[in-house]
Design a binder for this molecule. Sequence first.
Ligand code: PFF
Length: 452
Amino acid sequence: MNTMRGRFGSQLGVILASAGSAVGLGNIWRFPMEVGRGGGAAFILIYLCFILLLAMPVMLCEFIIGRSSRSNAIGAFRKLAPGKPWVLTGIMGVLSGFLVLSFYSVVAGWTLHYTALSAAGQILGKDGTDYGAAFNTFVSDPWLPLVYLAVFLLLTHFVVARGIERGIEHYSKLMMPLLLVIIVLLMCFSLTLPGASEGIRFLLDPDLSEVTPDVVLGAMGQAFFSLSVGIGCLITYSSYFSNETRLVRSALNVCAIDTLVAVLSGFIIFPTVFSVGINPDAGPGLVFITLPNVFNMMSGQMPLAGYVFALLFYILLLLAALTSSISMHEICTAFLSEHFSLSRRKAAAIVTAVCFMLGACCSLSFGPWREVTVMGRGFFDLFDFTVTKFLMPLGGISMTLFVGWWLDRRLVEQQLTNGGTLSVRLMRPLLVLIRWVAPIGILIIFWSGLLG
Ligand code: PFF
């Protein structure tokens, strides 16, 4: 059966697809929001440490599990630890895949709506306060967000159904360079705005007095979500890596690209926000309320620039969301198709349909179902909380313990050195990170998440 599995066709494909999974709404929507709330540069410094010390080791563990088993997130644990409870980690991963894709697609659907609005020039020309009202009217509408949710899920479905090389790899290779070009264009533009230097100072000048335990925890959660680790997404992707793929180097490359995009997004958003004198800590509305306001002000001075900037920005957000959503979809599709011997198309159709229904519950929780709560949370918050505060950290701890303490050390070293053909100078420190630093660090987030 393994010979039937897809493979990435090139090393570039491996990097771009994995980086595509990592780079997403987490970088462009969530990262600036957390930086704004966490006081700027101090948050970024802590975040960088957590990427290296906690999230990168989990990524390596996922790569080791995925490539050595060549199976989906659940099959991998069945193969490497038959009959043992480790399989629960994979089950949690696939469940998380469904949940995360459902709520993520809702925000991605909003992005699609804002892309359409900016293409039609309808994002400009409102009064300052109207942007908040327009956003709230849109998200609480019972139908329109569902239409965008469906369209976004169908786009994701289309890519996944085409398979690994012709679908995921092909489209990642098209979308990721485009995304990088748009980011650089937008950054050049925002850095030349009058007053941009205040935004740059906010991003580069750390004020450690702003650091609270809450900021530290926020940075850890952000690092996990942003690198897509802890729920088996990268187990699934790495099961398609070739035997020649260098795991350590690939992990470092993906971390570098993801961090670069997050920081560059900060350099797009904060100089722009500061240049029009808006407070940077606007929270989730930063991208859908504050920025349209900024684009509007910009168009007052330079009409064409405001239009182009807005359109490029939402296209960027949409591309980033799509390269991530296909990786979430793939966790579930790979499992269904391998476990139940379904064709890829059938498995993908089931995932799309289930996620539409779950996503609809999340979407409606902003409107007609606002009062419906489970454990005190609406569906959107519930799914987000369950995945990022509960299942991801738990998965991360379990995977680092599995690779660090349970898997045969020779198998781990064989994977890291490609069967002894590479010398990995960092082997010892990496093993210390995997065995000690990561599981203990993540345990702290998990604990605080439960207590919080
Ligand atoms: N890393 C993605 C982002 O930053 O938007 C989100 C994500 C993708 C989370 C895939 C989990 C996942 F499995």
